[in-house]
Design a protein around this ligand. Structure first.
Ligand code: ZN
Length: 145
């Protein structure tokens, strides 16, 4: 179990150090900003859509390692997905962060996102991990109305 914890921590630290898709997007289809005042985390998520497919996603942010790693992992997880698939992925991540009910096959499908489950032991940090995902949801909501 300790080695698993270390692996999760390594994934988080690596993504914080080398965040993927961490840049401003020119002409995004939609974007949304999220702030977690409890920790001082800020994230802006940019989404480019072709029909209902997310062809590109990026973010700009600052804050703790968990918030930035979660944003980086989010961009990798949802790029190429449809809006519906991205929303489903978001709710699975919220479940991952708040409870332990995901089946082994569901956990398997999460790939590196599973590293975020380490945050469950630190309830005060859950908002850091959900920030980018909430911002993604608000960005997508703008095109759905
Ligand atoms: Zn934070």
């Amino acid at each position: 179990m300790d080695s698993l914890k270390e692996l999760y921590q390594e994934i988080i630290l690596e993504h914080n150090k080398h965040p993927r898709n961490a840049h401003k997007m020119e002409c995004p289809t939609c974007s949304a900003e999220g702030v977690n005042p409890l920790c001082g985390d800020e994230v802006i998520v940019f989404v480019k859509l072709d029909g209902d497919t997310i062809t590109d996603v990026s973010f700009l942010g600052q804050g703790c390692a968990i918030s930035q790693a979660s944003a980086s992992l989010m961009t990798l997880a949802i790029k190429g997905k449809t809006i519906e698939e991205a929303q489903k992925q978001t709710s699975i991540v919220f479940e991952l962060l708040t409870n332990d009910i995901l089946s082994p096959s569901e956990l398997d499908k999460l790939g590196d996102l599973v590293a975020l489950s380490g945050v469950r032991q630190f309830p005060a940090r859950i908002k850091c991990a959900t920030l980018a995902w909430h911002s993604l949801e608000s960005a997508l909501r703008k095109v759905l109305v």
